[in-house]
Design a protein around this ligand. Structure first.
Ligand code: PXG
Length: 289
């Protein structure tokens, strides 16, 4: 059976899953989304993802025409119908089809799309050897222009930085905020380890508050690794003992070089290795609770 895609209450074969070219999600990037993962049939931190989706929607004055509990059921059913246990789930809510012109009041029927598919991982070698990344010259959106806390369909800010990374031969790129501080990567949050402490930019540094980020902070605390949410500069990254990135797609991935400077000895460090293995346990244990 072809992959079944959920669109606003119905399932369609992948090739027939279509929405209007007048949808403002397409015309203006007007909408919100979530990217989640399922492990052994359980979606990791599903409630947190759904809460963030509804908060993103609230921030852009988009009323999702479905309750949170029905949304949770729809995500679970989409996995079931496709017999997927380990999967990547993309949940999209668009403003809906309307007339040409920005006016969101001239749209109707926000569209809810749920895609559950196999996961496209980074090459496994990067989890062993670590990534080499660069700092992009494209800064993260100014929070007063479009808050990075909103996971909106308008990802051009991140894509511009991603292009810079790819052009430099890197799979990820660091984005600074409007104050020149480290914010995050194009689709991942960033952490460093310095003198045994785990440091990551705070929520107000112009970042998406990652669900994997929060899980790692909790995990570190439970392992008695001191954590601090604090503003970081590129210099802090260059002189870090360890560095890694977190995200639903990437999970926990080490970084061994930034802007052509090796991080410490250029090898994946012990705290990163520990958190990678503990995170793997956590995503499976969470489902058994
Ligand atoms: N920052 C940004 C800008 C992101 O887009 C994260 C941090 C990490 O957040 P989570 O909650 O995932 O730990 C993200 C997440 C995709 C995709 O399909 C993107 C993300 C996650 C999953 C899939 O491109 N970005």
């Amino acid at each position: 059976m072809p992959l079944q895609i959920y669109i606003s209450g119905k399932y369609f074969d992948k090739d027939n899953a279509k929405i209007s070219v007048y949808d403002h999600g397409l015309l203006y990037g007007d909408g919100v989304f979530e990217g989640m993962r399922a492990y052994s049939g359980n979606v990791f931190r599903l409630t947190e993802h759904i809460d963030r989706l509804y908060e993103s929607a609230l921030a852009i004055c988009l009323k999702i025409p479905m309750s949170k509990s029905d949304m949770i059921e729809a995500v679970k059913k989409t996995l079931e119908i496709n017999s997927l246990k380990d999967a990547y789930i993309r949940l999209v809510v668009t403003r809906g089809a309307g007339s040409l012109g920005l006016d969101p009041n001239r749209t109707s029927d926000p569209q809810i799309i749920i895609i559950a598919d196999h996961i496209a991982l980074y090459d496994p070698k990067f989890y062993e050897e670590g990534l080499k990344i660069i700092t992009a010259s494209t800064i993260r959106n100014h929070p007063a222009a479009l808050s990075p806390r909103i996971k909106s369909l308008n990802y051009l800010n991140n894509i511009m930085a991603k292009i810079e990374g790819l052009q430099a031969g890197c799979m990820e790129a660091i984005m600074l905020n409007h104050k020149g501080e480290v914010a995050e990567c194009t689709g991942d949050n960033i952490f460093i380890v310095k003198r045994g402490e785990l440091l990551t930019p705070p929520k107000d540094a112009g970042i998406l508050e990652g669900i994997t980020r929060n899980a790692i902070l909790e995990l570190a605390e439970s392992l008695h690794i001191p954590t601090k949410e604090t503003s970081l500069t590129r210099h802090d990254l260059f002189v870090a003992d360890e560095c890694f990135l977190t995200g639903s797609a990437a999970e926990v991935i080490p970084v061994v070089s930034i802007d052509n400077r090796s991080i410490h000895d250029g090898c994946v460090g012990p705290v990163t290795k520990k958190l990678m293995s503990e995170f793997k346990k956590l995503v499976h244990a969470d489902g058994k609770k």
